[in-house]
Design a protein around this ligand. Structure first.
Ligand SMILES: [Fe+2]
Ligand SMILES: [Fe+2]
Length: 124
């Protein structure tokens, strides 16, 4: 499903982090911490809710639909792994360019995921 406001918040924060990187001023670790908090609180927690609720309901209502949801769950899993990677980099090298790259990939994955999810899930 669409996570428009969460995506807008993630993009705005990403801009701020990139500005910091380009200016070469100060430490972006705090902002990157806020970024991973956003991914966890707005995207991953939503994903968990879907897996606990909606996905299961549809699977039960439509026998044989399980395989369709396997790849949606894999997308959630990949996003979770990538958030963790950002957290690890932020604690170790703090390489902002690498973090921005992972974050951009996550936004692309989320975009594709939302598109597929819209096709799979009934209108609310
Ligand atoms: Fe969703
Ligand atoms: Fe999802």
């Amino acid at each position: 499903m669409i996570h428009d406001s969460a995506i807008a918040d993630i993009e705005a924060l990403t801009e701020q982090i990139m500005e910091k990187m380009n200016l070469g001023t100060g430490d972006a670790r705090g902002l990157i911490g806020n970024l991973t908090d956003l991914w966890r609180s707005r995207i991953l927690s939503h994903a968990e809710e879907e897996e606990d609720g909606l996905y299961g309901e549809i699977e039960r209502a439509e026998p044989g639909s399980e395989c369709k949801f396997e790849r949606m769950k894999r997308d959630h899993e990949i996003l979770g792994i990538l958030v963790q990677q950002i957290e690890e980099i932020n604690l170790s090298t703090g390489n902002i360019g690498e973090i921005i790259g992972i974050n951009s990939a996550m936004l692309r994955i989320l975009e594709l995921h939302d598109r597929d999810e819209e096709e799979l899930l009934p209108d609310p």
